[in-house]
Structure formats: structure tokens, C-alpha cells
Unconditional design. Sequence first.
Length: 268
Amino acid sequence: MSGTQWPEPGTRIHRALAQAGVASRRAAEVFVADGRVTVNDAPAVTGQQVGPGDVIRLDGQVVLPEPLRVLVLNKPRGVVSTASDPQGRPTVLDTLPNDVRLYPIGRLDLDTTGVLLVTNDGDLANRLMHPRGKVPKIYEALVDGRVSAETVRALRNGVDLEDGMTLPAKVDIMEREHPGGTWLRIELTEGRNRIVKRMCLAVGHRVRRLRRIRFAGIDAQGLRSGEWRWITADELRQLRNQGYVEPAGSGPTGPSGPPGPRSRRRTI
């Protein structure tokens, strides 16, 4: 957990449960509303503040914080970014430690490779996934055909998709001479569903290969496909200085905490 106390003074109950790794903020609100949560043996109420020394129970079991886990995985192709898969495909969690309940921060498509952060810290996940956080993400995309300077300008300025204009992005041509295609480097701060593939297709270039090389300043340098490492203390501080900070006194306002096995998250 962040800090030296759990929960920190004035922490809202849904956030404390997310920090402990037992539920997302959204799920925690439901648990509270359903009467499944108590604080010091009294039913918890939505928005209730808790602090050090408060005894929190979920379904009668005392909630204790899990040790913080944050790692970076070099996601391979053909692996799904979920905790489980009804089709029996391998998941990103299959080869990771299982001493705590881990979940990916966002998702990558089945055929997209590269940097994926995995954690049990619902508060950190919420900060980095919230649309208002504008967390930077850098991709390398191999697209069909020869990309013109005019097309690059269009991608930089924003293209019109079915769910609205994309925000301005940093786009550069890495290699034009690749057989049958062009390698692009794309940096953006949006996390809309399959946005890189859709924005390239909108300007007439289908994405053939896509890899994320950096997320929130974290890269997978030195990791082979499928390998992972714990993030460093400096990297954790870097992550905690990014993303969306929930205003004091407010409840959950967006994507929050770990997705369940069948819940939907953004994929790129």
C-alpha cells in the first residue's frame, strides 16, 4: 500500500477496499449498498470515511491489505489480457505470481504485444486508466502501404471516428521501406477501444502488427516476449505522479480498480 498506514485517515470505504485488493471501487460501492461491509461491526454506508484502527469486514471476514504488487510484462501475441478466458486461451496471468490477486491495468488486443502493467493496487489502476488522466502510451505500428506526409499530418491533428475525433497525437514515420508497409511510431494519451487500429484504418492504412513500447513512462526493455519484472521504487513513484486524482469528497467517477473475469475494459 502507499504510505505507512492503511487505510490512511479520511479514506472513503470504497477506496479502502480497492487498496486492499479485494474489490474495485465500483464493486465495493455495490458491496456497501448490499450491506456486505461493516466498519467496527456497524453497517458501512456509501461514502463513509475510514482510517487507521478501523476494523473493516466484508461478508464477516476482516479485510487486510495485501502487499503491493506492480510488475511490467512484455505481453506476447496470442495471450488475452484478462484474469480468465471462457474459450480456454492463455491469459497474461498464467505465468505470473499468484500469492495475491493480480489484474492488468487496461488491456491489449490478442494480437497486440508489448508493455502491460499488472497490479493488485486498485487505486493505482484507477488513476492510470481514467480517461481524464491522459496517461501517455507509445506504440509502434506496421501498417499497409506507403504512408504520406499528408496522412501523418492528419493523424497528428486528429481523425474522425464513430465515437468522436481523436485527440492530437505524436506520429512519426520510422521506416518506409519495409516490404509492403510502413512502420509508424504513435504516441497518444487516449485509451479508447482499439484506437490505434481504428485511427490508422480511418486514414486508409490497416494495422498489420502493433506493439506498445511504453506505458506511463514504463518500458519492457531487456524483457523477451512473455517475460516480466517487478517495477522499481523510482518507477512506482513515477506512476503515482501520473493519471487522474479523484477530487477530495467525490466518489468513483470512472473506470475503477480491477475488472472481473468477464467485465469489459479498453483494448488497443
